[in-house]
Design a protein around this ligand. Structure first.
Ligand code: DC
Length: 222
C-alpha cells in the first residue's frame, strides 16, 4: 500500500519554511501546499476593493462571494482568486501586510482552514503555514517549527525582493521593521496564532544552508 505522509511545517516569515517544505516534498515525491498564498489571495482582494484589510466588518461580508482555489501545474502550486490565477501577483510587500491583517480575522481563518483540511484528506503532503501543527492538521505525523533570527530572516527577504526587483525603494531597515510587526501580529492574534506545536521539532536555520535545512527535517522522516 502507498505510504501517506502528513507533514506540518510552521514558522515565521523568512525562516526558510517554504524552501524547506518544497525541498522535502520534492525528495519524498509528495505535494507541497503553501497556505500563506491563500491568505495572500484574500489580502489582495481587500487591496483591490479598497477595503481595510484589518476591518472585520468590511472583510467578513465579502467572504461568501470570494473563491480561493489551488491547482497544481507541473508540481507547482497556482492560486486562483475568483477564478483568476493570481500566483504572480501576491508576493509584493503590500500583499504580505494585507495577508497578515486578514489572517487575524476568524471568519477568514475558518474558511481557509476548511479548504486546507479538505486538500489534506487522504493526500500525502507537506503543508506550510503558521497554524498547521496546532490547528489545521493537529494529527499530522510529522511537525516542524522552522525559525531563524529576525536579522537573518529580514536579510533573506531583502535579498529575495532585491533579486526579483520588488523592493520598490524599501530599505533593509524598513523591511526589518515591517517583518517584526508582521511577526507580532501573527503571533499575537487570538485566533489560531503562530505558535510552535508542543510536539513539533524546532529547526533553527539561522546558520544552515538550504540543503542543511532540508536535511535537518528529512532526517526525522522515515
Ligand atoms: O507564509 P506567508 O508569508 O506567505 O504568509 C502570509 C501571511 O498569511 C502571514 O503574515 C500570516 C498569514 N498566514 C496565516 O495566518 N496562517 C497560515 N497558515 C499561513 C499564512
Amino acid at each position: 500500500m502507498k505510504r501517506v505522509y502528513s507533514i506540518a511545517i510552521d514558522g515565521p516569515a523568512g525562516a526558510g519554511k517554504s524552501t524547506v517544505a518544497k525541498g522535502v516534498a520534492e525528495r519524498l515525491g509528495i505535494v507541497y501546499v503553501d497556505t500563506g498564498a491563500m491568505y495572500r489571495a484574500i489580502g489582495l482582494k481587500t487591496l483591490r476593493l479598497g477595503i481595510p484589510s484589518d476591518d472585520e466588518k468590511a472583510v467578513e461580508p465579502i467572504l461568501d462571494s470570494t473563491s480561493v482555489t489551488i491547482e497544481f501545474k507541473d508540481g507547482a502550486q497556482h492560486i486562483f482568486l475568483d477564478g483568476e490565477d493570481v500566483t504572480g501577483l501576491i508576493r509584493t510587500q503590500d500583499v504580505s501586510n494585507a495577508a497578515s491583517k486578514v489572517s487575524a480575522i476568524p471568519a477568514v481563518r475558518y474558511k481557509l482552514v476548511e479548504l486546507q483540511r479538505k486538500l489534506a484528506e487522504g493526500t500525502s503532503l507537506a503543508m506550510d503555514g503558521r497554524d498547521i501543527g496546532n490547528y489545521v492538521l493537529p494529527n499530522a505525523e510529522y511537525k516542524f517549527f522552522v525559525t531563524a533570527s529576525p536579522e537573518q530572516r529580514a536579510s533573506r527577504r531583502y535579498r529575495e525582493l532585491k533579486e526579483k526587483g520588488r523592493l520598490n525603494g524599501m530599505t533593509f531597515n524598513e523591511l526589518y521593521l515591517e517583518m517584526v510587526e508582521r511577526d507580532r501580529r501573527d503571533s499575537g492574534r487570538e485566533c489560531m496564532p503562530l505558535k510552535k506545536a508542543p510536539d513539533a521539532v524546532l529547526v533553527d536555520t539561522t546558520y544552515l544552508t538550504i540543503e542543511e535545512s532540508i536535511q535537518a527535517v528529512l532526517r526525522y522522516i522515515v
